[in-house]
Design a protein around this ligand. Sequence first.
Ligand code: THU
Length: 132
Amino acid sequence: MVTDEALIEAARAVRLNAYAPYSHFKVGAAVLTDTGRVYVGCNVENASFPLTVCAERTAIGSAVAAGETRIVKVAVITDTEPPASPCGACRQVIFEMGTEAAVIVASLNGHRHDTTIRALLPEGFDGSVLRR
Ligand code: THU
C-alpha cells in the first residue's frame, strides 16, 4: 500500500528533475493508479513557452504509457507557501483519468492541503457526452 507520505516523497524526488530554466518554478507530481503503482512527472519547459508541459500531465503521460488509465490519487509539490494548486488544464487531465481522484498539494517545507478533483473542477467535462 502506498501511503500519502510515500506519494508526496515521490513527487518531491522527481521535482528535482524539473526542466524549468525560464520560470525557475519546479513542480513534481506523483499519481497513484488503481493497481497501486506510482508514476511520476515534472514540468518540462520550452523556449517556445506555450509548449511547456506541467508536472501533473507528464506524470499522467507516464502512467498511460505504462498501460494505466485509472488514477485514484495525485500529489503535487512546489516550493511555495501555500502549496500551488494544479492549473486548469491539469485539472481537466486528472479528471479524465480519475473523476473521483484525491489530490494532495504539498510544499517542500511539509505543509499539505487535501482536496479532490471534484472540488477543484466542479461540474467537469468527463467525455461521457461523446459516447453516444
Ligand atoms: N506548472 C506545473 O507544472 N503544474 C501546474 O499545475 C501549474 C504550473 C509549471 C508549468 C511551468 O513550467 C511553471 O509551472 C510555471 O508556470
